[in-house]
Design a protein around this ligand. Structure first.
Ligand code: F6R
Length: 608
């Protein structure tokens, strides 16, 4: 939540910052702002709402200079207005911040007693006043920031400029992500890779507690006051990965990218003899496993439900699926045979991180599935079981799509790898599973051909205010995900239920105005799922049916039918997810909502 960028070089800082913020807007869009140091000294522009408001402001009142910092906000402390927008300023100092300063109230009182005048309701403003007060005591900028961060409790990624230091800026991080990007005669920092890729692909993932002193011709990284060397990494993604590429929305682009994303998830991981190789995950450490807990939130939690069935069925290990925010506060009754795996697209969800951190501190083996390289969750697990990267590429649309399907496929790989490691699957069986997985991108391509038909269905589907999504077995989590997608981007009310639960209450809701999206798989539960739909139809409820080819006769129980390719049962959740995403997308687009940046949401939830 919140994105920050800092730039020093020879280009117009305001332009570089706004371009960078565009790619970080998924992290929050309540307000945006930049501060630039030019010939006139330090100046800033801020605007409430989306980045386009700031861009408009900058067109009317441009800022010149080649050093600056920028911010896009998801409001935590203080309303989303211009006064609370970053950068926050105190005298010659300006600060942008992602995270939460937990002891801000105490610092604010102390600074006010020293004469500081606060303008905003934010926690961040204390950082600006703190640095400025230390500067007033004669410290240079780097020393002042170094001293200031010693006083901060909580989480921060900050970038700080001072007009008395027009050729440098300082950045530091603790528990919030920050990337240092190394260019030619220019250097940047940002909360995420897409903001820096147009300038350089050589980056340093700053470590917890690092502070970077950034100049045009170089950077120095400090850790606890000592200069440290950090290995830079060359990133292979092209900047185009974070652009819309001709699609109307990032979400639609990301839906259509899924066959490619799944190929990347599988790439280099499948052996000729049914073996699975997950490069950063240590199967050697799973010996003695008796139980696995999968811990996640939101869409990632839905992937975990699918993963439970895969691991239980393929590897024969009992699995529990836990909401991270509930799990972290429960008593954990664990033994030596327990493994805990976090699933998080962003790798920064506060609850998932805290849950894993908590059990790790009790000596439990932890691992994770994440999309973001070197993210906090990846680092937390790297000295334990390790990390499985989904390789979905940057997901910019706030509603998760390719992250979900690549998580499910990563869990499938994990299940196969565990089964092989523990000798619970034959090479023959494993080879057959792998063959199916190799074919999956092709089946996904075929499924996506339904997009046009689903778009045509959108005007009908948009007429209702409430929806039920029903599925059984492995399609139950997909029903939950379908309902979540619809509500988050179209703002229609939708609930996912296990079909068998209908008679236990929800059926009371069914009227001609209360439609059901019913998922019917080609599996042992098909007949039961169809009976559940008949019961809805008998009560006049409209039905949108998603079923596999060969089930054409089911049109009799539905108002609209979407057919998907018939695939092996274990792959159904991935295939059925695609029409769920497309339905939500086309309904939201038809209703004219802000598909990529739905109200009140941010992509990474770094607060509890
Ligand atoms: C929904 C969505 C969220 C996230 C959830 C967890 O489309 O994106 O429900 O899945 O906030 O986020 P991660 O996976 O980053 O931990």
């Amino acid at each position: 939540m919140c994105g920050i960028v800092g730039y020093i070089g020879s280009e117009s800082a305001a332009e570089v910052l706004v371009d960078g913020l565009k790619t970080l807007e998924y992290r929050g869009y309540d307000s945006a702002g930049v501060a630039v140091i030019g010939a006139q000294g330090l100046d800033r522009r801020r605007a409430e709402g989306k980045l386009k408001n700031l861009s408009k402001r900058l067109r009317a009142e441009p800022l010149s200079g080649s050093l600056g910092i920028g911010h896009t906000r998801w409001a935590t402390h203080g309303r989303p207005n211009e006064t609370n927008a970053h950068p926050h300023r105190s005298g010659s100092v300006a600060v942008v911040h992602n995270g939460i300063i937990e002891n801000y109230a105490e610092l604010r009182t102390e600074l006010q007693a020293g004469g500081a005048v606060f303008h905003s309701e934010t926690d961040t403003e204390v950082v600006a006043h703190l640095v400025a007060s230390l500067r007033d005591q004669g410290m240079d900028l780097k020393t002042a920031v170094e001293s200031a961060i010693k006083r901060l409790e909580g989480a921060y990624a900050i970038a700080v400029v001072d007009e008395d230091f027009p050729d440098e800026f300082i950045a530091a991080r603790l528990a919030s992500p920050l990337i240092l990007a190394l260019g030619e005669g220019e250097n940047l920092v940002a909360s995420d890779l897409p903001a820096v890729l147009p300038y350089t692909r050589d980056v340093v993932f700053l470590e917890e507690g690092d502070l970077a002193h950034i100049r045009r011709d170089g950077v120095t990284i400090y850790h606890q006051g000592e200069v440290v060397e950090r290995q830079s990494k060359h990133i292979k993604w092209s900047p185009a990965a974070a652009q819309k590429g001709g699609y109307k929305h990032f979400m639609l682009k990301e839906i259509f990218e899924q066959p490619r994303a799944i190929s990347d998830t599988l790439s280099g991981r499948l052996g000729q003899n049914g073996e699975v190789h997950l490069e950063h995950f240590d199967f050697g450490r799973v010996e003695g496993v008796e139980h696995i807990s999968l811990v996640a939130c939101g869409t990632s939690w839905h992937a975990a439900l699918v993963g439970r069935d895969l691991i239980e069925n393929i590897a024969g290990i009992p699995v529990s699926v836990e909401y991270a925010h509930e799990y972290r506060y429960r008593r954990h009754l664990m033994g030596a045979g327990d493994l805990v795996l976090g699933i998080s697209q962003s790798g920064e969800t506060a609850d998932t991180l805290a849950a894993l951190g908590e059990v790790k501190s009790q000596g439990v083996r932890v691992g994770c599935i994440t999309n973001v390289l070197e993210s906090a969750v990846a680092r937390l697990c790297s000295d334990s079981l390790g990390v499985i990267y989904t390789h979905a590429g940057p997901e910019i649309g706030v509603a998760s799509t390719k992250a979900f399907t690549t998580q499910m496929v990563s869990l499938h790989l994990l299940a196969l790898g565990l089964a092989r490691q523990l000798g619970r699957i034959s090479a023959e069986r494993s080879k057959a599973e792998i063959e199916d997985l190799r074919h999956l991108p092709h089946w996904m391509e075929q499924t996506l051909e339904a997009s046009k038909d689903i778009a045509e269905l959108a005007p009908f589907a948009s007429e209702f205010d409430n929806y039920l999504f029903l599925g059984r077995g492995t399609l139950f989590p997909v029903a939950l995900e379908g309902a979540l997608k619809l509500k988050e981007i179209s703002y229609l009310h939708a609930e996912g239920y296990a079909s068998g639960e209908m008679k236990h209450g929800p059926i009371a809701l069914i009227t001609e105005q209360f439609p059901t999206v019913a998922l019917v798989g080609d599996d042992a539960l098909k007949a039961k799922a169809v009976s559940n739909i008949e019961e809805i139809k008998a009560r006049g409820g409209p039905v949108i049916l998603v079923a596999s080819e060969g089930s054409e006769e089911l049109a009799r129980v539905a108002d609209k039918v979407v057919l998907v390719p018939k695939v092996p049962e274990r792959l159904q959740p991935v295939i059925y997810s695609l029409p769920m995403q497309l339905l939500a997308y086309h309904v939201a687009d038809h209703l004219g909502t802000d598909v990529d940046q739905p109200r009140n949401l941010a992509k990474s939830v770094t607060v509890e």
